[in-house]
Design a protein around this ligand. Structure first.
Ligand SMILES: *Cc1c(COP(=O)(O)O)cnc(C)c1O
Length: 305
């Protein structure tokens, strides 16, 4: 899977931006690959390389029932000739939801475990048990964040992005944030918007950065104010924002990650949280496959579907 040499960046025009004297643009990682969208492409790149080096035939990973990471791993495995096994939190429901149905149609073996068992996903006993069930595999942790993933996410931005004063990205496990923190230049500021509830994310990110030996040349900040009640949670204001964003710019966001990040940036612009003349780059990390499942779950129709 090749990363395209240029990733589209689109400038956004809006009266609010003119009023506040802010430039806003969006990097469209959602467009780089039809199946392995967004940041997951970068997170998987060196993991696939490593799996091949180790002579593994199968990839095994973990995720929830609507996981972008599960979806992307199934796609990448298929494209690169690996078998794939997805350990899924919760019970199997038939028919499968759109995410899992697609993963299974790509050949991913789905193995459902209850929440209690799932919690042991990094314990040696459980991994041994999985090896007994499935044979040898290359393990990718839940959400895909490990050293190889961060090596990949460091490649999301390069010199071309030096023109931006601020970068904004969504945070799940923080692997994407960590890679970006390692790549920004001394004049840039990275802001990560946590899609999970809780202040734990601040220390978790610090720990991830130090474990990954990321010393940022720029400055970075984790914002934990725009989680909308927690992972997968939303309210009408968020949905309305996603709809307006689509009407204004023709760009689809997801309610789990990119919608919350873009909402946060927009809200901060309104509240004069950025100096005039800031040039902000939103990183659209993809995740749009999940919108189908969101609609199925909530009955809420999102733009673009
Ligand atoms: C997985 C995901 C994220 C979070 O990435 P992390 O590296 O886990 O922080 C953000 N946006 C989208 C669309 C994702 O699928």
């Amino acid at each position: 899977m090749l990363i395209p040499s240029t990733i589209p960046i689109q400038s956004l025009e809006h009266p609010l931006l003119a009023l506040k004297n802010i430039e806003l643009a969006i990097m469209r990682l959602d467009l780089i690959h039809p199946g392995v969208s967004g940041n997951k492409f970068f997170k998987l790149k060196y993991n696939l390389e490593q799996a091949r080096k180790e002579g593994k035939d199968a990839l095994l990973t973990f995720g929830g029932a609507y996981s972008n990471h599960i979806f992307a791993t199934a796609e990448a495995a298929k494209a690169e000739g690996f078998q794939s096994i997805g350990i899924i939190r919760g019970e199997r429901t038939d028919p499968l939801n759109p995410t899992l149905a697609h993963a299974e149609s790509l050949g991913m073996k789905l193995h459902f475990v209850d929440r209690e068992t799932y919690r042991g996903k990094s314990e040696p006993n459980f991994i041994n048990h999985l090896e007994n069930l499935f044979g040898d595999f290359y393990l990718i942790p839940e959400g895909g964040t490990n050293e190889s993933a961060i090596k990949g996410t460091r490649e999301i931005i390069g010199e071309d992005e030096d023109q931006f004063s601020h970068l904004a990205v969504s945070i799940g496990t923080g692997g994407t944030f960590a890679g970006l923190a390692g790549s920004i230049s001394s004049t840039q500021k990275l802001i990560g918007f946590s899609s999970l509830k809780g202040e734990f994310i601040h220390s978790e990110i610090e720990q991830l950065l130090s474990e990954s030996r990321i010393f940022s040349e720029g400055s970075y900040q984790v914002n934990s104010e725009y989680h909308f009640g927690g992972y997968g949670k939303y309210n009408p204001e968020l949905i309305e924002f996603i709809q307006e964003f689509y009407e204004n710019f023709g760009i689809v966001l997801d309610p789990i990650y990119t919608g919350k990040m873009a909402f946060g940036v927009w809200d901060l612009i309104k509240r004069d949280g950025f100096e005039p003349q800031s040039k902000i780059l939103l990183i659209h990390t993809g995740g749009l496959q999940g919108n189908l499942g969101f609609t199925e779950r909530t009955g809420i129709i999102l733009p673009g579907s």
